[in-house]
Design a protein around this ligand. Structure first.
Ligand code: AMP
Ligand code: MG
Length: 426
């Protein structure tokens, strides 16, 4: 049986950095853009009215500007947003216009509707309207064509981490899909005839599916995208159907069915589906039955496949030791770059030595003056999630080590998100 170091080395060898993906813009928020976004339009696309009012010739208001006079014009048409007109505006004329409408040819300013002289007409088409604008400026209330950017201009540069504003900008310039560094997609299949959904009341012999939401949450904590696929029965057809879909993801996580029992069909089924076994069983406690393999996807990087033991603590410990690093490798972080690698601490209290496998024992880790302190916590084994929930680290007891005593130097794997949270609270 291989040890944890060798298992991790094989995971590292099998993991390939993921390729950029093309996604719809609203799904790309938070992701890093891998191409320039180039506009297919001017912005604004035409001279645009910024007010409801009257499109006019500034020259009609040149005198009015000095004298603050009332100007009376013929209203020759009306344009709403989304409409255009072929009329070319002449001196003495105006067009009733709405915010967002294109300015008619000849017009170069807008007099807001509020500047209609009280008692004058309503300014409908065919009427005369009297306007008085004491603050008139040449070209006022018109947003000029291409004053923001022009057709062919790069409006978002490759490398930018996309925010909602960039998504809006991409939509404005006609880009509905973008190429991004997307988080890896992780399918999750939980297996076991005894499992029911966590929102149901278990019958005799049944238990709630703890692992699916727990592993999905762990995947989210790694910045990846979980795809929970539901429960497969301990039955070839049920497994095959879900595995066939799950293998399309960057990583497939299964829980349960990897030990040596009659109903433990997962390794056999995976190999039948074309997944190459890289290792089965690792010398560790909990987590010994873990299975790992690689599936060659057509025209994509290989899918990494982990069969985790069904016991929830075993599943989560294996996630921390192997799946978290694998996700990091897929997103381009070497093992050295990844946080949460082992550290050394001084033991508080004492702890019993291990047997023929290294033990990963839940512990409380804290940073004190002079370094880290670790204390082994009461723990009932591979199904005791409550025991693990009190821990922020795993104390590593090497195989066949003797008992440890207060002050001894011990190795600890910090549980990354929990330990970070604790240190932020301090
Ligand atoms: P297995 O690895 O399938 O032999 O399962 C080992 C133990 O874990 C059994 O007691 C299962 O009932 C339990 N188990 C398996 N899958 C889950 C799960 N998704 N949620 C909670 N417990 C599970
Ligand atoms: Mg099972």
């Amino acid at each position: 049986m291989i040890d944890v170091v060798e298992a991790l080395r094989r995971v590292e060898k099998a993991a390939v950095g993921s390729q950029p993906r093309r996604v719809r813009i609203e799904n790309a928020v938070g992701m890093q853009l891998r191409e320039d976004v180039i506009s297919d339009t001017d912005s604004p696309p035409w001279h645009r009215s910024m007010m409801d009012g009257f499109a006019v010739l500034s020259s009609d208001f040149a005198l009015a500007e000095d004298d603050k006079q009332v100007v009376t014009l013929d209203v020759v048409a009306e344009i709403g947003a989304g409409e255009t007109t072929a009329i070319i505006l002449k001196r003495g004329q105006c067009i009733r216009i709405m915010t967002g409408a294109p300015m008619p040819t000849g017009a170069d300013a807008v007099i807001p509707i509020e500047r209609v002289v009280p008692g004058s007409s309503d300014g409908l088409t065919g009427e005369h309207v009297s306007l008085h604008d004491s603050h008139f400026r040449f070209g006022q209330h018109v947003s000029k064509k291409a004053s923001f950017f022009h057709k062919g201009q790069t409006v978002i540069h490759s490398g930018v981490e996309l925010e909602p504003v960039h998504i809006g900008l991409a939509a404005e310039v006609g880009v509905s899909h973008v190429t991004v560094n997307a988080p890896p997609r992780v399918s999750i299949i939980t297996t076991g005839n005894e499992l029911i959904s966590d929102c149901k009341i278990p019958g005799k012999g049944q238990i709630r599916n703890t692992n699916e939401p727990m592993l999905a949450a762990a995947v989210v904590r790694c910045g990846a995208e979980p795809i929970p696929m539901g429960i497969a029965k301990d039955h070839a057809e049920s497994l095959r159907a879900l595995m066939a879909q799950g293998l399309a993801a960057d990583l497939l996580l299964l829980s349960g069915g990897v030990s040596a029992g009659d109903y433990d069909l997962v390794p056999r089924m995976l190999e039948k589906m074309g997944v190459e076994c890289i290792f089965h069983k690792v010398c560790m406690k909990p987590g010994k039955p873990i299975w790992f393999g690689v599936f060659q996807r057509p025209e994509a990087s290989p899918t990494l496949v982990f069969g985790l033991p069904g016991n929830p603590v075993s599943a989560l410990v294996c996630f921390e030791l192997f799946v978290r690093p694998a996700l990091g490798l897929i997103t381009g972080q070497s093992l050295e770059m990844q946080r949460g690698s082992h550290l050394t601490a001084r033991l508080v209290g004492s702890v019993k030595g291990s047997g023929d496998r290294p033990v990963y024992h839940p512990c409380h880790l804290e940073l004190a003056e002079g370094g880290f302190l670790a204390e082994a916590l009461p723990w009932g084994g591979s199904a005791d999630l409550l025991g693990l929930s009190r821990a922020n680290g795993l104390l590593v007891l090497p195989k066949n080590c003797g008992d440890y005593h207060k002050g001894d130097s011990v190795e600890v794997v910090p549980l990354v998100s929990r330990f970070r949270y604790e240190s932020e609270r301090c």
